[in-house]
Design a protein around this ligand. Sequence first.
Ligand code: SIN
Length: 520
Amino acid sequence: MKTDFLVVGSGIAGLNFALKAAKYGKVTIVTKKEIMESNTNLAQGGIAAVTRKDDSVQLHIEDTLNVGSGLSNKRMVKILAEQGPEAIRNLLSFGVAFDKAKNGLHLTTEGGHSMARVLHSGDSTGKEIEHAMTESVRENPGIEVFEDCFAINLILVNKGCIGAKILDIKKRKVHDVFARTTILATGGIGYIYQNTTNPEIATGDGIAIALRAGARIEDMEFVQFHPTTLNKAGAPHFLISEALRGEGAILVNDMGTRFMLEYDKMGELAPRDIIARTIFNELKHGSVYLDIRHKGRSFILERFPMIHKECLKYDLDITKELIPVSPAAHYICGGIKTNEYGETSISNLLAFGECACTGVHGANRLASNSLLESVVFSSLGAQKAEQYLKNKLGTLQKQKETVFFDIEPQELNYLKTELRKALWDYVGIIRKEKQMGLMLNKLERLKARLAVIGKNGINTRFLELKNMVTVAYLVTKAAYTRTESRGTHYRQDYPTTDNKNWLKHIYLEQTNDALHTHCC
Ligand code: SIN
């Protein structure tokens, strides 16, 4: 199959690029599940942008840099904040319905913001955006969507990308899809951790296939842990949005004592890494709860209907009861290194959204900057779409027959559980050299075992697990290398920030199957 733009992934970044690029050429979207299944769909809090007169782009820049702990790229942060209002107009033009207040759009605040600037749609902002964009994509004759299609690897010629090998999961067939430009918008990696807010699909596929193609991957040690996810036996680590704290919810311990102000003057609205670590430590002595009861039932039902409904499924009425919470893996600040147009170190390969590393987040992400980043940079990337039409299209290559498992090896499930648990225990919120060394050894063993299993065949779950192991290795290797604490990366053996030696990035590249670690 041939197309002008091959977009892998159907979250906000991929759909926004597709809608804009379709003005210039044929767009093909492949997504491994259904189009609406993405991390975007689960985003609760909102999207940050300067939309009120008493706010300023400069303040948004400062807040982003402050949370980024010295490693954010200042030029990219400036672009992000400056383009924020335009990104919101763009979303409104697709019919996204943000909540309104008397004098315009309703704005809320979250940790690290010095001012209320987060636009939202109740507590289901991502779903509202994904829904509006999906409708626009479906109505667009220039965009074709293939669901249940998994990108296995990129196709390269002379170190340039000419498309991807795509597995049609239902038909069990692998196709070469040739494109003038290939766009990775595959989302995050959270599912490599046992405790995560991310869905099962967040297996880091885009980052893993980009690495295998030789792309530069940066800042992988900076995994953001969300401080407040539901912590109830039998319930998943469902996200309890930071917007609850933005609207006045407080954190208390078993004794009912509010504790956050002892650790940071911003209290419950301190940057996420500080709150996540504090809760993690408090949990060693007892439970931690979020309390929003004082806001009243009607406010809670109107502002947080989805969280209220979801918690009721687990016998918890947040209008009457304390919400038991604990941190969980939420977002990867690093990824495939790109410039402001999404261009990577491989020609004709772009990356947008969570799988990309634009550099805006640095060592930690300001809440609600991720949806904004996805829209801003995919829009800028699409400005070059016409230019990419000059790229040559690849031609059919001889296919190697793909062998599929007759019966999926039961071992895959066991290996996945083992990986996710070990990563949580060894490369989680608090990290130490010894544990990370053990994790690297474990990952080598897992990789070797998968190579043996793969000789008998493949299926999607096998390919995902292979990608999870790859991405877990990148996180662990980078975290092991950075001998200091900064942003989301906390080392018990190096608890302070070392600006003298570590005001730099770690990037990883793979050549001929060997992984190289560099600092810059
Ligand atoms: C949240 O609603 O707390 C998550 C928002 C984000 O990760 O930016």
